[in-house]
Design a protein around this ligand. Structure first.
Ligand SMILES: Cc1ncc(COP(=O)(O)O)c(C=O)c1O
Length: 458
């Protein structure tokens, strides 16, 4: 029987966020944007590897669907609060990511002075509506607070969130709305070690703080890549418990911000969906608020990697093969890039990825392999958690390219230059047009980062 290669490589599936991906009968992977088709091996032949490709239309789809789910369920259940999506900029601060999200209706969440500076730049360039809400998390340095005050005075809708009681003392004196972050006393099903949380104010303290004059938002963030529906809903329940107490003495408080954490099916295994969660969260909050007889809170979410991760892929060429004598895989495929540099979460948090070939993907023999990065570091590898990846057997006649899916979240800002390897080039594919967003780094460019500005040793 003929193999269904599309299914085999987990392409064309909405559940796995690969609905725009397909494979031709010649075994080449493609991405479809409406009537436009991007042929990935063709792009690689033109632009070389290592290569990142960002598809802003995927971002736009994900965000507009998400906003629609929440608004639709709010309507269905007669929920009278509003929904606010806040894009956490830390997930990917690149202009080509932030701009499409803003145009789809995202509000923002920032974590540092420098992220807030981007808001200032956008506003000065008249690309930012002053109604867009900006939540300011993260420890507030003097310079960060100064910028908050400056932008508030200019009429922007900036809401600083107090991370601790010291910050609260400062924020309480500020003009305009503020928020506080509570450290919920429950553990989320996520990789994040939360035995001791250094973020936020503990539940019992928050309830004994007394009146906070300008309190508008109650915020919590339980962790990233939360793996169960139950855990997300437990957070909402617990957050609401604090909210309902605070609202008794703070009539201005009207927003519950449930932070980030919505997961991505990186491994292309069964996972809960945003549609299901939007339904359950709205239904739950309505029930809880009605039971207490209080106004339905506005609901803010800061789901970052859920929106961004699937919009980018990273492609490498296999440059060498080495046998593995003891292990679940038969060979190393050495790639012309680095997990430690370009996809650092592979090393830092043992992130699992979906990997597929972009050519020779519809026939021929497959091999159990592990991937090795080009740095000298023995940790620069991807072994699918010690299991193996299936990829085509290498042929003398053709180069083999491999693609890592869902690389849009966090990896760019975390990227590094171990062994002074170059970062991948980045393309943006939108409306049938492919543009270079970032050239592949030359030796000169990398050298400059380390102070070798003229190549003359000075
Ligand atoms: C306060 C806050 N909000 C939102 C996020 C985004 O989380 P995620 O990308 O997992 O949705 C983070 C991530 O660390 C965070 O610290």
């Amino acid at each position: 029987m003929k193999k269904n290669w599309k299914k085999f490589w987990k392409l064309g599936s909405e559940e796995f966020n690969t609905q725009f991906f397909n494979v031709t009968k010649d075994g080449e992977l493609t991405v479809k944007e409406g009537n436009y088709i991007y042929n990935l091996p063709q792009l690689v032949r033109k632009y070389g590897t290592s290569l990142e490709i960002l598809f802003p239309f995927i971002l736009e789809h994900r965000l507009s669907d998400l906003i629609e789910y929440f608004n639709a369920y709010m309507k269905i259940y007669g929920y009278r609060g509003k929904f606010f999506y806040h894009y956490p900029m830390k997930v990917n601060q690149n202009k080509e990511v932030v701009m499409p999200l803003l145009s789809e209706g995202a509000h923002l969440e920032v974590t540092s002075e420098n992220e807030l500076w981007i808001v200032k730049k956008l506003w000065e360039g008249e690309k930012f509506h002053s109604k867009i809400r900006v939540l300011c998390n993260g420890p507030k340095t003097e310079a960060y607070l100064k910028l908050v005050v400056e932008l508030k005075a200019k009429g922007l809708n900036i809401i600083p969130i107090a991370e601790d009681e010291g910050e609260l003392e400062q924020l309480i004196k500020m003009k305009g709305d503020i928020g506080i972050r509570v450290d919920l006393d429950i553990k989320a099903d996520s990789r994040w070690d939360k035995k001791i949380d250094r973020f936020g104010i503990p539940e019992r303290r928050i309830l004994s703080l007394g009146k906070i004059r300008n309190l508008k938002v109650l915020h919590y963030h339980m962790g990233s890549q939360i793996s169960t529906q139950k855990s997300l809903l437990d957070g909402v329940k617990r957050g609401f418990d604090i909210y309902k107490e605070l609202v008794k003495t703070h009539p201005n408080l009207d927003t519950l911000d449930i932070g980030g954490g919505m997961g991505v099916p990186y491994e292309k295994k069964k996972f809960y969906t945003a549609k299901i969660m939007a339904n359950k969260i709205v239904k739950l909050l309505k029930k809880l608020a009605d039971k207490e007889g209080i106004r339905h809170p506005n609901l803010a979410v800061e789901w970052g990697q859920y929106v961004v991760a699937p919009s980018q892929v990273t492609i490498y060429k296999v440059i060498a093969e080495k046998p593995i004598h003891k292990g679940n895989a038969k060979s190393w495929y050495v790639i012309d890039g680095s997990f430690m540099n370009d996809l650092i979460d592979t090393w830092a948090i043992h992130q699992k990825w979906h990997v597929a070939p972009i050519n020779n993907a519809a026939g021929g023999e497959l091999k159990r392999v592990w991937l090795a990065g080009s740095s000298c570091d023995s940790d620069d590898k991807y072994t699918a958690g010690g299991s193996y990846i299936l990829l085509p057997k290498l042929k003398d006649s053709t180069d083999q390219y491999v693609m890592i899916f869902d690389t849009g979240a966090y990896q760019d800002a975390l990227a590094s230059h171990h062994c002074l390897l170059s970062s991948p080039a980045k393309l943006i594919a939108q409306d049938g047009v492919v543009k270079i967003a970032r050239k592949r780094e030359t030796s000169e460019m990398v050298g400059r980062l380390f102070g070798w500005s003229n190549g003359d040793g000075k």
